[in-house]
Design a protein around this ligand. Structure first.
Ligand SMILES: [Zn+2]
Length: 145
């Protein structure tokens, strides 16, 4: 009996997906785009970090605040709340760290994996959310949150 060999779906875990994306991304991606990418405006107050323009960043990126929030929580395991568009994190994280996380989010959830342009939408295909590029039409999976 001949069994058709099926290419087994290789479920990418978050980290290997992350590595692959990083390897495939030219370092100048963020500079070469005309899209205005937001930067995180954050300050440290006592033992908390206040990401002042959190909601604005997600809006500028045309992404759901809740999704971006989940991503940040995955990056920094701490408790936090969103108050009036501001993300309040327990713990001290400098602004560089906040922007690193934001840039990572942009690479995963905003930039097209094929053409590296930020003109993308998140669409649902077979009840799975994917990133679809409006510039080149490429689709790519999103990391699980
Ligand atoms: Zn594209």
């Amino acid at each position: 009996m001949v069994t058709t060999e099926k290419t087994k779906d290789n479920p990418l875990d978050y980290n290997s997906l992350l590595d692959r994306l990083y390897m495939s991304l030219p370092t100048k991606t963020l500079e070469s785009t005309r899209f205005e990418l937001p930067t995180a405006d954050s300050i440290i107050q006592g033992k908390q970090t206040i990401w002042k323009n959190f909601s604005k960043c997600s809006k500028d990126l045309k992404r759901e605040e809740n999704q971006m929030y989940k991503f940040v929580m995955k990056e920094i395991s701490t408790s936090s709340t969103i108050v009036n568009g501001t993300l309040v994190l327990n713990g001290i994280f400098n602004n560089f760290k906040m922007n690193q996380i934001l840039e990572k989010y942009i690479k995963f959830f905003v930039l097209c994996s094929a053409c590296k342009k930020p003109d993308t939408d998140i669409v649902v295909q077979n009840s799975v959310k994917i990133l679809k590029c409006t510039a080149c039409g490429a689709t790519s999976p999103l990391p699980k949150l």
